[in-house]
Design a protein around this ligand. Structure first.
Ligand SMILES: *Cc1c(COP(=O)(O)O)cnc(C)c1O
Length: 434
């Protein structure tokens, strides 16, 4: 399958080029030239497939011409080696837990798949890969764990100083080997801007083969469709056929993957894009004006994004038709106060602890239900991270009930390695060229 640029549909590249380039030269984003429509029997019988089988079927629909089937099966099987259970809370309410991978956040799906795909395509004698990634916290951990020890690959992770949680910092800084952590005196948007500038810098591109592990890379989006299908498979087992997904959104990669799944034939009734006060998209859907703005720091720091990079992909999926888009996607934004209130409410009502991002998705679902009391769809909110990654947010009584997984305790005994750099492209470039 070929991929085009959202800026120029005539520009076509192979999958290998799309993932190694990350971004087309024209600063658009890559999109699949045809979105495969899955057979209705496959969707109807999803309940008969395991998560690994579903992952393989969907990956094949995109990549069967690019990667031999046996290899693709191994890649999907290795990448998706942890579950994504759908937990029933009450009546029609479910939470989809996406945090059972090594970094305890949903970004493990994208990072693990992408690292294996890149290793597959890498040919002996080619220039070493230099993976650059900006993180507000969770991406960095997933990428560090997904790429640690991958041969011929050097990974540089930029994160905003003092704006990631202690566990997130441990996940970024304790691997050594081919993983380097760079602490930037600035915000996540500053980190993202430095990475973007590096991609268009001639000197850096001559010396290295730069590639991005942010969700601008199409290799991250494809595996994120897997768990939407798998969630539907679990719903079918419970006799449910209609679903509303509420997705905590920052760069809009997660919900973008959900919409891609819908385009492939997954019968989703409604998507809720749930944001914190960084409300560029909810404001756009309300007022019709897309106005990126500087990000504001919140309790749900992985969603502190003022200019969501995947929004152009979503517009592209709808051929830029906003009124069609608004029929399927409803966006809501919430404050830190709402976040805490929802964390308390979910704990009180279900004895269940949600991370601050997940709390916002729960809140969005509640708001949607108030406006659609007659709707009997399964209401699923996506839980994007394990609550232990954000300990400072919780009231004491809830904090005490969070169990920290063993893999985190092990990190605490390791040494943190990081380099501090100003928010200045020339300084960053000097570091890269060293
Ligand atoms: C990255 C992240 C998000 C936002 O996902 P996008 O794909 O950027 O919209 C939400 N929650 C958590 C915990 C995350 O790590």
């Amino acid at each position: 399958m070929e991929f085009y640029s959202t800026q120029n549909k005539a520009l076509r590249v192979s999958f290998k080029e799309a993932i190694f380039n990350s971004l087309p030269q024209d600063k658009g984003l890559y999109m699949p030239a045809e979105i495969p429509f899955l057979k209705p029997e496959f969707i109807k019988n999803l309940a008969d497939y395991s998560f690994q089988d579903i992952a393989f079927e969907i990956a094949s629909a995109f990549l069967k011409d690019e990667i031999p089937s046996q290899i693709l099966k191994k890649i999907t099987g290795d990448a998706i080696n942890f579950p994504a259970p759908l937990i029933h809370l009450e009546d029609n309410l479910y939470v989809l837990e996406l945090f059972h991978g090594p970094s305890l956040a949903f970004k493990d799906f994208g990072a693990r798949f992408m690292s294996r795909i890149m290793a597959h395509f890498f040919k002996e004698g080619e220039k070493e890969l230099n993976v650059l990634v900006a993180t507000s916290g969770d991406t960095g951990g997933a990428v560090a764990l997904g790429f640690a020890g991958v041969p011929n690959t050097q990974v540089t992770i930029l994160y905003p100083k003092g704006k990631v949680s202690p566990i997130q910092e441990l996940q970024l800084t304790t691997h050594g080997q081919n993983i380097r952590a760079v602490e930037i005196e600035g915000t996540f948007d500053d980190c993202q801007a430095l990475v973007k500038q590096a991609f268009s810098d001639r000197e850096l591109n001559e010396k290295y083969r730069l590639t991005s592990a942010n969700s601008i890379n199409i290799a991250r989006l494809i595996p994120q469709t897997f768990y939407y299908f798998n969630a539907y498979s679990q719903l079918l087992k419970q006799g449910k056929k209609y679903v509303v997904f509420s997705v905590p959104s920052g760069n809009f990669g997660n919900i973008g993957a959900g919409l891609l799944a819908w385009k492939m034939g997954l019968p989703v009734k409604q998507f809720l894009a749930a944001t914190n006060v960084n409300d560029t998209v909810p404001a756009f859907l309300t007022h019709g004006k897309y106005q990126p703005k500087p990000s504001v720091q919140t309790f749900s720091n992985a969603m502190d994004v003022g200019n969501p990079s995947n929004w152009v992909r979503i517009m592209d999926l709808f051929d830029e038709n906003v009124s069609d888009l608004k029929k399927l996607v409803t966006a809501y934004s919430f404050t830190d106060e709402d976040t805490i209130e929802s964390i308390r409410q979910v704990y009180k009502d279900y004895k269940y602890v949600v991370c601050p991002h997940t709390a916002i998705a729960f809140r969005a679902l509640q708001k949607w239900q108030i406006h659609h009391p007659e709707d009997k769809s399964a209401n699923v909110f996506l839980s994007t991270a394990h609550p232990c990654k954000f300990p400072e947010v919780f009231p004491d009584n809830i904090s005490r009930s969070i169990r920290v997984p063993e893999q985190v305790k092990e990190l605490e005994s390791r040494t943190k390695l990081k380099v501090a750099i100003n928010n200045d492209f020339e300084d960053f470039k000097k570091y890269m060229l060293k």
